[in-house]
Design a protein around this ligand. Structure first.
Ligand code: COA
Ligand code: ZN
Length: 313
C-alpha cells in the first residue's frame, strides 16, 4: 500500500482513490423507490468514470431498507469493468452469504462505535455486533477482502462526543482479525477539520498497514474542509456520493454525504490525480436530480468547473 508521509513535497501529490456510494448510502434514505433498471444504468455509467470502487448496494433486511431490496438483481446485472471494485454493505451473516453469492469484490461490514446508534441502526449492542461480524470474517475466511465501516466515529447525534480512544479500541479489534481496510465514518456530519487532523494522525500511526478510507457527510457544511484536512494528513481514500445524496435512516438529523463530484473537482483543481474523468462524472451527476425526483446539494454540477468560462455579458 502506498500511503504517503506527511512530508511528501507539495509537487509530488499522491494518487487519490474514490469510492462512490450514491447507490447505497445515497439511495437508502430516499423516500421513493428507484427502479432497478435505473440503479443498474447508473452503476454502469459510474463504472466508466474512473472510480477505484463503487458501493453498489447493501445486503440488509428488505424491511429495514426497502430501497435496496433488489440487491441481488442489481449485482447480477451490472457490467463489471476491470479495475473497478464492486463492494456491498453487509450488516450480518445473512447479508454476507448473499454478498458472497453475488460475487461482490469486497464485503463492507458495518457497526457503530456509538452504543446508542448501534442499537438504533443494527438493533443490537456493539459487543453483539462485533461477535456477529467476527463470525462473518471467520466464515468468509479470506475468500473476499473485508472492509469495516465504523459509524459515528467523530460523534453520535444521540450520545455526543465519541472519544478517540473508543474509536481506536474498535479499530484495533478489527485490525487484529485481519481486515484489509477500515472506513472512518462521520455519519451525521459532526467532524471538524482540527478533529479530523487528530484522528487521521492517530489512526495512521496506529494502523500503518490498514487501508484507511474517510467517509464524510456535509450536514454542517464541513465536508470538503474535512476532506482537505484528511488529504493534508496523508489520507488517500474517500467515500463520496454523487449529487451529495445520502444519510443513515437510523441517525436523527442525518443528511447527504459529501458530493463526489465537488470533492473530486476540488482535488483535481489542486493538482491531485484522482483517476477520474471529471467531464463524464459531471454528465452523470447532472442526472441525479431526475433520478431521485428532487434537487440535490452538489454544487459543481450546477455551477460548472472552474475552467468552464462564460462569454462576457
Ligand atoms: N438480508 C435479508 N434479510 C435479513 C437480513 C439480511 N442481511 N438480516 C435479517 N433479515 C431479515 C430476517 O430474515 C427477518 O425476516 P422475517 O421478519 O421475514 O423473518 C428480519 O430481517 C428480521 O431479522 P432479525 O435477525 O431479527 O434482524 P433484525 O430485525 O434485528 O434486523 C438488521 C437487523 C441489521 C439485519 C436490520 O436492522 C438491517 O438490515 N438494518 C439495516 C441497517 C442499515 O443498512 N443501515 C443504514 C446503513 S449504515
Ligand atoms: Zn454515510
Amino acid at each position: 500500500m502506498n500511503t504517503p508521509s506527511k512530508s511528501t513535497p507539495s509537487a509530488v501529490k499522491p494518487r487519490i482513490y474514490f469510492n462512490e456510494v450514491a447507490t447505497r448510502d445515497g439511495f437508502q434514505i430516499e423516500p421513493n423507490f428507484i427502479a432497478t433498471d435505473t440503479k443498474i444504468a447508473l452503476v454502469d455509467a459510474l463504472s466508466a468514470c474512473g472510480y477505484a470502487k463503487i458501493e453498489v448496494t447493501s445486503f440488509t433486511s428488505p424491511k429495514a431498507i426497502p430501497m435496496l431490496r433488489d440487491a441481488e438483481e442489481v449485482m447480477g446485472r451490472i457490467q463489471r469493468v476491470p479495475g473497478v471494485e464492486y463492494t456491498v454493505l453487509v450488516p450480518n451473516l445473512r447479508g454476507a452469504e448473499r454478498a458472497l453469492e453475488s460475487k461482490a469484490d469486497e464485503l463492507n461490514l458495518v457497526m457503530s462505535v456509538s452504543e446508542t446508534h448501534n442499537l438504533a441502526n443494527l438493533r443490537m449492542p456493539r459487543d453483539k455486533s462485533f461477535a456477529a461480524l467476527t463470525e462473518v470474517i471467520r466464515v468468509v475466511d479470506g475468500r473476499t477482502p473485508i472492509n469495516v465501516s465504523l459509524s459515528c466515529s467523530f460523534g453520535c447525534p444521540m450520545e455526543g462526543d465519541v472519544p478517540l480512544a473508543t474509536l481506536i479500541a474498535w479499530a484495533e479489534r478489527f485490525v487484529a482479525l485481519g481486515v484489509r481496510g477500515l472506513t472512518v465514518c462521520d455519519t451525521t456530519g459532526m467532524a471538524h477539520p482540527a478533529q479530523v487532523a487528530q484522528v487521521v494522525d492517530a489512526l495512521q500511526n496506529r494502523f500503518p498497514h490498514t487501508q484507511l478510507t474517510l467517509h464524510f457527510h456535509n450536514t454542517r457544511g464541513m465536508g470538503l474542509a474535512n476532506v482537505l484536512a484528511s488529504v493534508q494528513g496523508g489520507i488517500v481514500r474517500f467515500d463520496g456520493s454523487l449529487g451529495g445524496l445520502g444519510g443513515c435512516p437510523y441517525a436523527p438529523g442525518a443528511s447527504g454525504n459529501i458530493s463526489s463530484e465537488d470533492a473530486i473537482h476540488m482535488l483535481d483543481a489542486m493538482g491531485y490525480d484522482t483517476g477520474m474523468d471529471l467531464g463524464a462524472l459531471l454528465t452523470v451527476a447532472r442526472q441525479m436530480s431526475h433520478i431521485v425526483g428532487h434537487d440535490v446539494p452538489g454544487q459543481v454540477a450546477k455551477a460548472g468547473r472552474i475552467t468552464d468560462l462564460h462569454p462576457a455579458p
